[in-house]
Design a protein around this ligand. Sequence first.
Ligand code: FA5
Length: 392
Amino acid sequence: MPTVDNATAKTLNELGVNDAQGVAEIFAEVRARFDRQVALDTDGIRNLMLQQAWLGSDRDPVTSLRNFWLGRKAGVLTLITENWLKRSPPSLKGVIGKQFNELKSHIETKLAEQRKRIEEKTEAAALTREQVDLSLPGVIHPIGSHHLIRQVFQEIEDIFFSIGFSVVEGPEIETPYYNFEALNIPEFHPVRDDMDTFYIDLPEGAPTPLLLRTHTSPMQIRTMEKQKPPVRVIVPGKVYRRDNPDATHSFMFHQVEGLAVDTDITFCDFTGTIEYFVKQFFGAGVKTRFRPSYFPFTEPSVEFDVSCIFCGGSGAAAGGGVCSKCKGAGWIELFGAGMVDPAVYGFVNYDAKKVSGFAFGMGIDRLAMLRYGIDDIQVFFQNDVRFLKQFP
Ligand code: FA5
């Protein structure tokens, strides 16, 4: 009995098949072999294909099996057509043709069934894999909150909105003209020493030096350059100084500038506005004071202080010695302010005889410290989540 291994490469005559029964038997053997292969699962087919070195270039075992049987160039059915059907004696052609058609239709049907079966199995496996377990706890994406400094900015903005101020913002990198000269601080003026800052490295021949602004006051000039009186603005933002860090100093901190200019603004308007703000922000109980001071761009100038919340205004530390926060003064300086110096109006083409106004520059970090009882300014910038979480 000839075996089908390599049998399709030979003619039936070479295989010793020369009657209808022999034809039926050899076709039955081919069919049995096919049935064994088509019943295998994907891995089984892959192993078989690898053993026989049949795995096609697409590496898909099911396609390789299909090509092995139905491939047009060298599939088993093509070989049967070429070697058995075409090269058989005319007397056997009819019976071979019939067997061939039955085998072909059997193979096609079974391969189609097999593909469907494998596809369904793959889909079911994918569904099981991707099934969502609704009983598992969800993924929690914590929602952050605004930094305390940002919250204080917003609170201050709301208070000034309520009395007719609007908000403008300006560049943190400034020219010496806006940061100093237009604010009536010429080069070599001693007040520049208090505001030593960081200069930007620029290529040689750059038209003007650039620096990190030391205060938000340059926005007084930029605002008045753009806008005729009346002006009522506040300017929140970051500022920089070459100050050594300690409990109340940082080299980067925050200010809110205020500027009001009109034809009839007096010192009373100024003190009234500041008192209103402080009472809104700290509550009615806080003790405040104005202290004479000096700024080249305000005249007269004041410092505005509030009583130290850490020592209750006594200036003494609990365990003896002086309070480290107010350095024994009993007061903490909140901001500088004053009536706009007429010299400043000359830089922005305002008529100093017709207009008057006031300006102030608050240190926001210190306001926040006092308001929330924080005894070290550095905690604002250390980004310790345990601290930040206390101010949701
Ligand atoms: C000024 O910066 C002026 N531009 C304020 C001003 C504006 C006066 C408008 C007149 C008119 P001063 O250098 O005092 O002023 O700073 C203002 C406030 O910033 C201080 O009162 C203080 O609260 C805060 N401050 C100053 N230096 C630091 C620092 N290194 N760290 C934290 N806060 C600071």
